[in-house]
Design a protein around this ligand. Sequence first.
Ligand code: NAD
Length: 327
Amino acid sequence: MQLPADPHMQQHPIYDELPRRRLGHTDIDVSIISFGTSPLGNVFRQTDPSEGIAAVHYAIDRGINFFDVSPYYGITVAETQLGKALSGRRDRVILATKCGRYGDDVFDFSATTITAGLEDSLKRLQTDYVDLLQAHDVEFGDADQIVEETIPALRKLQEQGKARYIGITGYSLKNLVEIASKASIDTILTYCRYNLMITDIDAKLIPFAKEHGVGIVNASALHMGVLTKRGAPSWHPAPPAIKETGQKIVELCAEKGVDAAKLALKFCLDHPSVASTLVGMSTREHVEANLQALKFEIDPMLLAQINQIVDPVRDYIWSSGNPDNYG
Ligand code: NAD
């Protein structure tokens, strides 16, 4: 595709209008499309580092102001890359990172580790504070420890000015709500729980979030690659039926001349109670395509056909973390 010759000079009307929403009870307004940086850590496939940095710059210039990372993504690679990309641009973004998950099976939600971990993250991110610090994939931890030790430690880091707000992230809505009912947090980030394949945040999370003023970030609009032409990566936890369903949707959309990724993202952007939808990106081409989703109009007939394809596997959830936390 043709990119503008000088992205710093050209402003397309679409991007000037990139809407923002308030993140729960915080004083932060986030762009409704946000930049997921796990691809910068080569989580999906090997990416070109210079293109990744160009994609971050391109996104900022187009009005995307919210960036989510974690020391886990590429085991520090994504944070290092994002830090380089944000050098000189830090004040233009809302920066979220995480703590407590440091490898596929490496979790430590102790106050000591997350406090030291943040210092390392700040160095990699080339900044002295983050806007949002989140305990990462809490269903792998012990809920009592998260409530009694991790969240108080996050609040202490907030008091020290190292994080403006704090939150939790994870897949199990049951676990996220359980923790948030016992300890005050500002945001919840969940993934693969609201997109074309599944919409169960509406019943299981949104009512709680509205009642308590918790900001909701919805990640993985493309169901971690399931709803893309390339398909799911090998590590994807969904069973084959989900991945096959995703490919049927992609094929149906292609027959109709529609980009499935755009449709899938627009479906998420239309959710009024989600502050921001995170989509993983590492190229300017994907940033551009995803911004165009803002103006995409979903054909109700095509959506009905997609829904029919999804129905047999709709709202399927896989297990993640401690078995007690399934849900
Ligand atoms: P996703 O559903 O956003 O899919 C990302 C994949 O889709 C990547 O391979 C990317 O290259 C590709 N893609 C993006 N735009 C595309 C387009 N227009 N056309 C075709 N392919 C496109 O999954 P994700 O990256 O896992 O989720 C988004 C972000 O949310 C992550 O990067 C991360 O920041 C965050 N996240 C957090 C958690 C957590 O905290 N537990 C879990 C999952 C995701």
